[in-house]
Design a protein around this ligand. Structure first.
Ligand SMILES: [Zn+2]
Length: 421
């Protein structure tokens, strides 16, 4: 009998026809809104204050009619109305309650929720894998929800949580762990310690796959994991208030948005939705029938990817995280973030640079100061503006090449000289 061919996807939702996708989102949202209005006093209050009825939210675009709720606002709402700010149904059944700093209390969805399963599946974890889960299981959502995700794809989990580095090494060695989930810096810490203890990590241990979350994965670190230690690396993204949001596939270029969440990229000052390629705040609504947190503002900056992914998933994609809302500066209506400038700089051998924003005759004027030696000048003049536009979307008004050593560590990457008097 021929073996059943393994699906490329976690489930059929991931490659649903694009024509169906919008309808799927709109209908799921309308359903959650109807239920939330009926069951949650806070949702009802938010709607009533704006003279809105549940039938006014028929599509993702209609979400703009509702306010974005930041983490700070959620903490305040929960303090005024503990424990869940009236965002839950009174009669809900929940199997566990997590906390996170604030404090924020989060009722956890049932075991049936596929939380984190999509990310681990796309990262290639399967039955037969033995995965070290180095996230804390104590009070916070991390340990147990990642554990659930790994079980969803059939992997065996070692719940090592907050054990010491030495303990983690012992577990990897004795149990023959094939995978790791946790932060990238902690995995590198484990590797370094194992090397200090005299082990050749690549040859002696079996860890060949890692899924990272909760910390950015620097490209240089990724390269080390993959080239020096033969560990295939993947990233996932989420927030404790809303669960998993997005994950990388084998293309490692952009993150697929989970089928259980609606992601909007919005202008943080207006809450209005932005188009593909425009940098804005990641705002998330998790489609579910118990916790009616509509439009949670993560404070993270990202943008949508326009193109479809060659992996075959039809889900919308976002392009990593470019920093936090407070760090970004708006130039001619578009945000630029320090992390984007660092990326531009890395394309030109990490030359120091600074973006200076002025306002000339009621218009924003963007100057890019770039430190350049004589050997850099020709290439900068030829390519810099194009690369900058590609990464930051905004066009430079003036490229100013300055001598090396002019900028110091004290100079910020973005200097905003505009006055608004
Ligand atoms: Zn993909």
């Amino acid at each position: 009998m021929a073996a059943k061919k393994e699906s490329r996807f976690f489930d059929a939702k991931e490659n649903m026809a694009l024509s169906k996708r919008q309808g799927y989102y709109n209908q799921s949202l309308a359903k959650m809104v109807r239920l939330g209005y009926q069951k949650s006093p806070t949702v009802k209050r938010i709607f009533d204050e704006r003279n809105l009825k549940p039938s006014d939210i028929k599509s993702v675009k209609d979400l703009e009619k509702l306010p974005v709720i930041s983490r700070e606002q959620l903490v305040k709402l929960e303090m005024e109305n503990p424990p869940y700010a009236g965002l839950c149904a009174k009669d809900m059944e929940t199997d566990r309650i997590f906390t996170s700093p604030g404090p924020v209390y989060e009722p956890h969805l049932t075991e049936k929720d596929p939380i984190w399963g999509r990310g681990y599946y796309a990262a290639g974890f399967r039955k037969g894998d033995i995965v070290l889960n180095a996230f804390s299981y104590h009070m916070v959502a991390a340990g147990l929800t990642f554990h659930s995700g790994l079980r969803r794809v059939g992997a065996t989990v070692i719940p090592s949580g907050a054990s010491t580095t030495e303990n983690q090494i012992q577990l990897i060695r004795d149990l023959g762990a094939t995978g790791y989930t946790g932060t990238p810096s902690f995995l590198m810490g484990i590797i370094k310690k194992a090397e200090e203890m005299g082990y050749n990590f690549k040859d002696k241990f079996k860890v060949r796959r890692a899924s990272f979350v909760a910390e950015p994965l620097q490209p240089s670190l990724r390269e080390r994991f993959e080239k020096e230690y033969a560990i295939d690396t993947y990233q996932m993204y989420g927030a404790t208030e809303v669960g998993d949001i997005a994950y990388e596939c084998s293309q490692k270029n952009g993150w697929h948005i989970c089928e259980e969440v609606i992601v909007e990229i919005v202008d943080p000052s207006t809450g209005k939705q932005l188009g593909p390629g425009e940098l804005g705040e990641v705002v998330v609504t998790r489609l579910n029938p118990i916790f009616f947190l509509l439009r949670f503002g993560t404070g993270d900056l990202s943008k949508f990817v326009k193109d479809r992914c060659p992996c075959g998933r039809t889900s919308f994609r976002m392009m990593g995280i470019s920093g936090r809302v407070g760090e970004a500066t708006k130039v001619r209506g578009m945000f630029i973030a320090p992390s984007q400038l660092k990326l531009v700089s890395s394309r030109f051998g990490d030359l120091r640079l600074q973006a200076v924003v002025d306002r000339l005759e009621f218009k924003d004027y963007l100057t890019l100061k770039v430190e350049a030696g004589p050997e850099d000048r020709a290439r900068l003049e030829r390519e810099f503006e194009k690369v900058f536009k590609e990464i930051c979307t905004v066009k430079i008004d003036k490229l100013e090449l300055i001598d090396k050593g002019t900028l110091t560590d004290k100079d910020s990457l973005i200097l905003d000289r505009r006055t608004w008097k």
